[in-house]
Write a protein that binds this ligand. Structure first.
Ligand code: FES
Length: 118
């Protein structure tokens, strides 16, 4: 996996994220491309690398569409794996038990950023 952007890297304004909601971001290009997304649900912000542990595709075929229809779980559009928002663990689908790679994020002064905290 390519390196994540450094701590402090801004991702988006906090107020563009609903609840529940998610937004994807891409940094670098070619072999250095890294995709990640932030998700807010029940008031909690989390970040994950946007790469499904099944076949390593981005979860969202339609940009920023990361949730299932009920907006309860994260959905990989490629083969339908469902992931818990809280810890990124796959609870249904071909990568059952595997997990998305977490990305530390935080919000301060209305901006969502990559965080140094794990
Ligand atoms: S690539 Fe995500 S379920 Fe297959």
């Amino acid at each position: 996996m390519s390196a994540l952007p450094p701590p402090g890297t801004p991702l988006c304004a906090l107020d563009v994220l609903g609840d529940p909601d998610a937004r994807g971001f891409a940094f670098g290009e070619g072999t250095d491309l890294v995709r990640l997304f932030v998700v807010r649900k029940d008031g909690v912000l989390r970040g994950y690398v946007n790469s499904c542990p099944h076949a390593f595709t981005p979860l969202d075929w339609v940009p920023d569409r990361f949730f299932d229809r009920e907006k309860q779980h994260l959905l990989c559009a490629t083969h339908g794996a469902l992931f818990r928002v809280a810890d990124g663990v796959c609870i249904r689908g071909p990568c059952l038990g595997k997990a998305l790679t977490p990305v530390p994020v935080e919000a301060a002064d209305g901006v969502v950023r990559i965080s140094a905290r794990p």
